[in-house]
Design a binder for this molecule. Structure first.
Ligand SMILES: Cc1cc2nc3c(=O)[nH]c(=O)nc-3n(C[C@H](O)[C@H](O)[C@H](O)COP(=O)(O)OP(=O)(O)OC[C@H]3O[C@@H](n4cnc5c(N)ncnc54)[C@H](O)[C@@H]3O)c2cc1C
Length: 162
């Protein structure tokens, strides 16, 4: 029987002008650990660095949160790992409204809000996922029938375009 890691890693991409400013090569997988893939991964640590990357890059980029999706949803030749853009901007204990960067994890949100008596309305099987990943996959918890999915509790978002 083959193990999940038996798939050979794809060969490293040969760098072309279209890849710039992506220069850091890494082998990444989804949570299922199938098909390790050698790609370019940049890891901006601020919204400003992210903006520079997105606006100077040519062609398609793939955004990656915590990499907890099972398949290859967060793997692309030019991948931006957003876990460094994780500032929680504000939380109002009066209304429960929270404003955050997309790279913050649900665990980080939970740790902040629970101290004020608020819990996240939707918690999937792992809290080690980012807000961006939760929105993109519109994740659900065990209370799906009562609370719906993550997107139903989203008041708004700012989307950065290339
Ligand atoms: C142990 C375990 C239990 C789970 N339980 C559940 C569950 O109960 N319910 C459920 O619904 N899911 C569940 N999942 C699946 C998981 O919640 C989703 O796959 C989630 O999207 C992973 O988030 P992530 O931050 O790891 O995103 P990634 O896996 O890194 O990315 C997922 C998708 O989101 C996109 N994305 C990420 N960040 C951004 C962004 N900032 N802007 C635009 N696009 C973005 C990526 O391009 C990709 O398409 C579980 C996963 C695991 C490993």
């Amino acid at each position: 029987m083959k193990s999940r890691n038996d798939s050979p890693a794809a060969p490293p991409p040969s760098h072309s002008q279209n890849d710039w400013p992506f220069t850091h090569e890494r082998t990444i997988t989804g949570w299922g650990r199938t098909r390790p893939t050698r790609v370019y991964v940049e890891h901006p640590s601020s919204i400003y660095q992210l903006h520079d990357l997105v606006t100077t890059s040519r062609g398609t980029v793939t955004v990656r949160g915590a990499g907890r999706s099972y398949g290859d949803a967060a793997i692309g030749r030019k991948t931006i790992d957003l876990t460094g853009c994780a500032t929680i901007r504000s939380f109002d204990p009066g209304t429960g409204v929270l404003v955050t960067d997309a790279g913050a994890t649900l665990q980080a949100l939970h740790q902040l809000t629970i101290a004020e008596g608020w819990g996240l309305p939707v918690l999937p099987g792992t809290s080690h996922i980012t807000v961006g990943g939760a929105i993109a996959s519109d994740v659900h918890g065990k209370n799906h029938a009562q609370q719906g999915s993550f997107g139903q509790h989203l008041l708004g978002l700012d989307l950065m375009l290339g």
